[in-house]
Write a protein that binds this ligand. Sequence first.
Ligand code: ATP
Length: 489
Amino acid sequence: MSKNNDEQFKNVISHAKEYGFVFPSSEIYDGLSAVYDYGQLGTELKNNIKTYWWKAMVQLNDNIVGIDSAIFMHPKIWKASGHVDGFNDPMIDNKDSKKRYRADQLIEDKIARFEKDGKTEKAKTLQSELDSALEADDLPRLKTLIEEYEIVCPISGTRNWTEVRQFNLMFSTQMGAMADGSDEVYLRPETAQGIFVNFLNVQKSGRMKIPFGIAQIGKAFRNEVIARQFIMRMREFEQMEMQFFVRPGTELEWYEKWKALRLKWHLALKPEASKYRYHDHVKLAHYANAAVDIEYEFPFGFKEVEGIHSRTDFDLSQHQKFSGKKMQYFDNEINQSYVPFVIETSIGLDRMFLTALCNAYEEQDLSTEDKQDSRRVLHLHPALAPIKAAILPLTKKDGLPEKAHEIVNALRLDFNIQYDEKDSIGKRYRRQDAIGTPLCITIDHQSLEDDTVTIRHRDSMEQERVAIAQLPQMVQAIAGWKGLLQELL
Ligand code: ATP
């Protein structure tokens, strides 16, 4: 990360804390690594992202329904899904610093450094060596690569490495009173399996016809060894996943559709489009026949925000095998039963939150010839903004607060509104800019006479005079869901 980007990312993190978006978990006990709490504004932003996703999936599609399955599931599910045996990361320890690293990421960091230094050929060679070692699950080869390329521990600076070992990422705990291991259950590492095991329940009770989708938002847990980059990689996080069940043979067509639709969802929020890109998987998981990541350019580089995977009939077939229950669908259009194929769209809610925050944050220089001035502003899409409008009486007297409260009461039935009468109007504008409030509504003495107010727009800082009676429609047009959702049609 260049110094500028590093600085910018640090500023985003401290801004998130200062304004009540994200706090380190258990902070008064010095925190818990890779676990975070969402504060009063962060929770609003997170809920808005969830709503946007849910509406886009469930409300806008006739053939997608949503569920909420439990975090605890039968332990056999994770055997069937491959997580017990295969949900591993290759880890290596540095004996001097006692720090543990993901072996593949150490090598990837080296590749990134080669690229940065213009050593493109070296980067390419190492990338293909890494790919083939990962493909062959060749752990000793990963160790050799680390040695050959003289990769040092970022903490101790030494090359005193252990062997590379597999490390399972699932958290487990005991269910009930037995502590002998017989009742071991896992905290789900993904929400998808809760959808697969309910496939028939939903299909039958909802009389769903293929193609159809099941969406879910919920917590997932992974014992990530390298926890870094703030809420990018957490041990407890949330996923928004949708599994779309299709007739075998049509899956690649649906895969292309969902690939395009999901990027459209991101771009409807009007980020800088060049900050988004697709990254096709070269190395496919054994059960997938196509996979792509949607990546966003964070201050620390392009990283995955969402994955779209064509998972074939792997999951349903595995559950059929392990549970002994048929996971088939009778397709009366072709008079055939089959195990449906699945296209999955899987996005991390917290990563999406970080994307929205990084994309929105700006330190703006507003200095003029006579005066130094600046502001920190979050250019969040208004539909995602935690507070839609701030209601600000110019002074605390002359009946202005009372008038302002009338407006608060009229708007709060539909929108999240904040009332603020403290400090100068300029300071109040800055506070609202910093939390991304799209509209500031100021009540002054003229408001008492003609029932008009001043509206100040966050991004342009332009002001206009409007009738109080127009406010509900205006806030709706700017910050309501309709405008954003229409972009998806
Ligand atoms: P990565 O390669 O970054 O570990 P992944 O390929 O393991 O991610 P998936 O299993 O495809 O991720 O999970 C789907 C989505 O869940 C990811 O695109 C990401 O947004 C999110 N996600 C995965 N792991 C984490 C985590 N530890 N913290 C926050 N979000 C995560």
